[in-house]
Design a protein around this ligand. Structure first.
Ligand SMILES: C[S@@+](CC[C@H](N)C(=O)[O-])C[C@H]1O[C@@H](n2cnc3c(N)ncnc32)[C@H](O)[C@@H]1O
Length: 449
C-alpha cells in the first residue's frame, strides 16, 4: 500500500469526503506495490451494473464472464466486435466519457489505449468502485483471476500478475479436477428448506466401454462427488478404487443372466437413496441410453421428483470396434451403420429386429449381446441376401487389457467362434470396414491383436 493510499484512508477516517463521490486528482489513485498481498473475493453481480470500456477480444471475454455472473453489462467503445454486439448488453458506440461509471459496481478498462484505461481507472477510484485494467496489472486496483469451474467448485488462480503463468496453473488444476484426483466430494448437504432434509440427486453416468480413460470429464466429476455408487458389471470398475473410503459401493452386477438386483430394485434403490439426501452415481457401461435401460431409471427418478443428471457415455458399439482398429464408417466403403441388440434368436417369436432390412445394402452392422446367437444371426443375414464372404469381427472385452479379437466371415462365423471359445461381453462387427483393421492395427500402439 502506498503513502497516497494511506493519506486517502486517513482522510476518510477523519470524516473528510464522507459523501464518497468527491473528486480527487487522477494521480491520487493508490498504486499497487509489486508483490503486495491482494484480497480475493467472490462477488455476487446479479442485476448489478458493470461497465466494460473497450470493444475488442479482451472486452468480449470480460463481458461474457460478467454475463455468466448475471451482471447488467454496459459496453462503451466506438467500435465493438460483432460477437460482442450480439451479446445481451447495452452498447454505447462512442468514446469513454468521465461519469460513464455512474451507478456501476465494477469497471473493466479494456481498451488498447493506456491513457483511456488510466482515465477509467481514475474515475473508478474517485467513485470507490473496483476497476480491472487489462493493460497494466501492476497499477490495476483489481485483477481477474484465471478461472476453472467444475460443477459448483470454482478455482481462481492469480500468479503475481503474470497471466501466462496463472493460465498454465489453471490448466493443471482443471485437468486434476477432471481426472477426479482432487477431493471435490462435498461434505455438507446442499441447501434445503428449514426443517426439511435436502433432496439428493441421481447421476446416470455413462462410464464408457471399460477403459478408465474413456469416461467423460463430467462423468468422472459426478462419480468423485457421489455418496453412493450403484455400478454395473461392464462399467469402468477400476475407477471405484479411487473413491473416498466412506463412499458406499453397491454392485448391481447387471450382465446377461446374472443380475444381483432386478431393474425394479435398481430403480427403487436409486430413488430411495436420493430421497434420503444422498448424491447417487449410477455408473453404467457405455452410454446409459444404448441398451442400458437408462431411460427407465431416468423416468423412475422423474416420477419420484428426484433430480437426475444424464451423462452420456462412449458407447461400446462404436468405441470397441474403434479401439480394435475398425471404424464403423469409412469413406468409399460404407456410409451407414446400424447398432442392433441381438439378444434374441432371429427365428424365435418376440424377435422384432428387421433382419431383412439389415441384410440389404452395405451398411456396417454392429451387434451387441449377440454371442449366444452368432449362428442363427449369420444364417439369417445370408438367407436374406448378405454375401456369405462378408467380413466379421468379434471383439471381446474391448478396450481392456483382456481384449480379444476374432476375425471371420459370415459363413465361417459359427465354427470360428466355437473354436475360439468366444464368450460375452463382445461386440460383433459385420461389413467391409472390418478389413481396415489390418491396415490400422500396425499404427495403433497398445492395441491388442
Ligand atoms: C446391455 S448392453 C449395454 C451397452 C452399453 N450401454 C453401451 O453403450 O456400450 C451390454 C453389451 O454391450 C457390449 N459391450 C459392452 N462393453 C463391452 C466391451 N468392453 N467389450 C465388448 N463388448 C462390450 C456387449 O455386447 C454387451 O453384451
Amino acid at each position: 500500500m502506498t503513502v497516497g493510499h494511506l493519506r486517502s484512508e486517513a482522510g476518510h477516517e477523519s470524516g473528510a469526503n464522507l459523501a464518497g463521490d468527491s473528486a480527487q486528482p487522477d494521480d491520487a489513485a493508490p498504486r499497487a506495490a509489486t508483490g503486495e498481498a491482494r484480497y480475493p473475493l467472490m462477488l455476487s453481480l446479479t442485476g448489478r451494473r458493470a461497465v466494460v470500456v473497450g470493444g475488442g477480444a479482451v472486452a468480449l471475454r470480460r463481458t461474457r464472464a460478467l454475463l455468466e455472473a448475471g451482471a447488467n453489462v454496459i459496453v462503451i467503445a466506438p467500435a465493438v466486435l460483432p460477437e460482442l454486439a450480439r451479446l445481451p448488453v447495452a452498447v454505447l458506440a462512442r468514446e469513454y466519457r468521465d461519469s460513464d461509471l455512474s451507478a456501476a459496481w465494477l469497471a473493466h478498462a479494456a481498451t488498447s489505449d493506456p491513457a483511456v484505461n488510466a482515465r477509467v481507472a481514475a474515475e473508478a477510484e474517485r467513485r470507490r468502485i473496483w476497476c480491472v485494467r487489462a493493460d497494466d496489472a501492476d497499477v490495476s486496483a483489481a485483477w481477474t483471476p484465471a478461472l476453472t469451474r467444475h460443477g459448483d467448485v470454482t478455482v481462481a488462480v492469480t500468479a503475481g500478475g503474470d497471466p501466462g503463468r496463472s493460465q498454465r496453473l489453471r490448466a493443471a488444476i482443471a485437468s486434476a479436477l477432471a481426472a477426479g484426483t482432487l477431493p471435490v466430494r462435498p461434505r455438507r448437504a446442499g441447501p434445503g428448506r428449514p426443517g426439511q432434509r435436502a433432496v439428493g440427486s441421481v447421476a446416470l453416468i455413462g462410464g464408457g466401454p471399460g477403459d478408465a480413460g474413456l469416461i467423460t470429464v463430467r462423468g468422472r466429476r459426478l462419480l468423485a462427488e457421489a455418496d453412493v455408487v450403484v455400478t454395473d458389471k461392464l462399467a469402468p470398475r477400476s475407477l471405484l478404487a479411487e473413491l473416498d473410503p466412506d463412499v458406499e459401493i453397491i454392485d448391481a452386477g447387471k450382465q446377461p443372466h446374472a443380475h444381483n438386483l432386478t431393474q425394479a430394485q435398481i430403480n427403487a434403490l436409486i430413488v430411495a437413496r436420493a430421497r434420503a439426501g444422498q448424491r447417487v452415481a449410477r455408473l453404467k457401461g457405455g452410454d446409459p441410453f444404448v441398451f442400458g435401460r437408462g431411460g427407465e431409471e431416468a423416468l423412475a427418478c422423474v416420477q419420484a421428483g428426484v433430480p437426475v443428471h444424464i451423462v452420456p457415455g462412449v458407447t461400446s458399439a462404436i468405441a470397441v470396434p474403434a479401439c480394435a482398429g475398425i471404424p464403423v464408417t469409412h469413406r468409399g466403403v460404407t456410409q451407414d451403420f446400424a447398432v442392433v441388440s441381438a439378444h434374441l434368436d432371429p427365428s424365435q417369436p418376440g424377435a422384432i429386429v428387421d433382419w431383412e432390412a439389415l441384410a440389404r445394402g452395405t451398411g456396417t452392422l454392429v451387434l451387441l449381446m449377440a454371442v449366444g446367437h452368432l449362428g442363427p444371426v449369420a444364417a439369417e443375414l445370408i438367407k436374406r441376401g448378405r454375401a456369405a464372404a462378408t467380413p466379421v469381427a468379434v471383439i471381446r472385452d474391448g478396450t481392456t487389457a483382456d481384449q480379444q479379437v476374432l476375425t471371420s466371415t459370415l459363413e465361417r462365423l459359427t465354427a470360428d467362434a466355437q473354436a475360439a471359445g468366444v464368450r460375452p461381453p463382445a461386440v460383433v462387427v459385420i461389413g467391409e470396414v472390418v478389413r481396415l483393421r489390418e491396415l490400422l492395427l500396425p499404427a495403433m500402439p497398445g492395441a491388442a491383436a
